[in-house]
Design a protein around this ligand. Structure first.
Ligand SMILES: [Zn+2]
Ligand SMILES: [Zn+2]
Length: 134
């Protein structure tokens, strides 16, 4: 599936081809800190199927709890997370952050990792009282 997206301020944009049946949730502590939220949702593309079409993301390098080096690419102007990649065989995969994908409403997660650090209320959100807008 062809997708495209841009950061919140619009300085960075990209396009990619992803597998819409491979959308993951990550509950790891790093994702919680780096997003400021409870979990992160990511779509995946092969490196050759991903292209930054405008701007230059900044890179934050971290070592994950599994010991792997991860590059966190984000907009240096607005701070939006854009994508992630890694070293060695991980460099062949681009993890695209769901929140900036224009077609995101069509992309529902179908697997999750690092459930041991998931917020203990995860799964109960749909039962909360809600309003259409703020
Ligand atoms: Zn931006
Ligand atoms: Zn994570």
């Amino acid at each position: 599936m062809k997708i495209d997206g841009q950061c919140h301020c619009g300085a960075i944009s990209y396009e990619a081809v992803i597998d819409p049946d491979d959308i993951g949730i990550c509950h790891c502590v790093d994702c919680q800190q780096l997003t400021g939220s409870a979990y992160r949702v990511t779509a995946f593309a092969r490196r050759e199927d991903f292209r930054v079409t405008a701007g230059m993301p900044k890179t934050y390098v971290k070592t994950g709890a599994n010991g792997r080096i991860r590059y966190q690419m984000f907009c240096g102007d607005c701070g939006s997370p854009i994508y992630t990649t890694g070293t060695d065989e991980d460099a062949e995969e681009i993890g695209i952050r769901w929140g900036n994908i224009r077609q995101r409403k069509a992309l529902a997660p179908n697997h999750q990792i690092w459930c041991e650090s998931a917020a203990n209320w995860f799964g109960e959100v749909a039962m909360l009282p809600g309003r259409e807008r703020d």
